[in-house]
Design a protein around this ligand. Structure first.
Ligand code: AMP
Length: 286
């Protein structure tokens, strides 16, 4: 596995891979890798000859007062884990390499970012769309893999890729969870042992709602009230949002319609966790 820090070397490596007729995949990350990230790298490896894993903590997607400065970092461990999972290039640029002084161009979408995380993280998806556009232009992959863990982000990237005519196939990968159901996240390490125990209510609430849906409940209000009650059984939980929305547009639904997605963000102390799941009608697999 090659480690590359500069944009020009990354471009040259991509060019020689493409010239050799090899298929190139990109897995963008902010590092501090865990099994969720590794599942993306393994999927990319199945579908491509070369896999670039980018590790870049992107300042433009963090708002004022968010955790940019204390975001967990462990480059040595990221190098080992990417290599073991099958990455062929690790692209680790520093901030100045990506954002030159005077940088003033951004990519933004009109509708998708106003939902879900958009309320409490204004500007976040502009930061995401901008860095992913830059990575697409630098790495020039044939395919790019993203996790459903960040479901809104995945929709934003799919839309942006279509709208801006990037010739890149976007692949979504399922959420990887701890054995007790908590979605893996680099931010889980911020949780105290008690918060970590309480955080399992997110998964429990989704399982409860899926069960109610299987039994025929279609009222979004009834389903969300049930989910809210389940989540608030954890004394430390503070709900940012809890919605059932259209899986494509992310617009909130009043009656469960398909395809639908349940999505939530919940604070435990200063740590904000997100999770989501598909809601499927009775008799189809969830
Ligand atoms: P991050 O490093 O948090 O920006 O995440 C990088 C990529 O890994 C994104 O596409 C995430 O959706 C994905 N990812 C993070 N956690 C998980 C998880 N638990 N399961 C699947 N994908 C994940």
């Amino acid at each position: 596995m090659r480690i590359i820090h500069s944009v020009s070397q990354m471009r040259a490596a991509s060019e020689s891979i493409r010239t050799a007729g090899r298929r190139l995949a990109l897995a963008p990350t902010m590092g501090y890798l865990h099994e969720g990230h590794l599942s993306l790298i393994r999927k990319a490896r199945q579908d491509a000859d070369d896999v670039v894993v980018s590790v870049f903590v992107n300042p433009s997607q963090f708002g004022p007062g968010e955790d940019l400065d204390r975001y967990p970092r462990d480059p040595e461990r990221d190098i080992r884990m990417s290599r073991d999972a099958g990455a062929t290039i690790l692209f680790m640029p520093d901030t100045r390499e990506i954002y030159h002084p005077g940088h003033e161009t951004h990519v933004s979408l009109s509708r998708l970012p106003v939902h879900l995380c958009g309320f409490s993280r204004p500007g976040h998806f502009q930061g995401v769309a901008t860095i992913v556009t830059k990575l697409f232009n630098i790495v020039r992959p044939h395919i790019a893999v993203f996790g459903e863990k960040d479901y809104q982000q995945l929709q934003v990237i799919r839309r942006m890729t279509g709208d801006l005519n990037f010739d890149i196939e976007i692949i979504g990968c399922p959420i990887v969870r701890e054995t007790d159901g908590l979605a893996m996240s680099s931010r889980n390490r911020y949780l105290t042992p008690e918060q970590r125990r309480e955080a399992t209510v997110l998964f429990a609430a989704m399982e409860h709602v899926k069960d109610r849906v299987r039994k025929g409940e279609r009222s979004v209000k009834v389903l969300l009230d049930a989910a809210r009650n389940r989540i608030l059984q954890a004394a430390g939980a503070n709900i940012d949002y809890l919605v059932i929305c259209d899986a494509g547009t992310l617009e909130e639904l009043a009656v469960l319609d398909y395809p639908a997605r349940m999505a939530m963000a919940v604070h435990f102390g200063a740590t904000r966790l997100i999770d989501n799941c598909p809601l499927a009608p009775a008799a189809s697999p969830v």
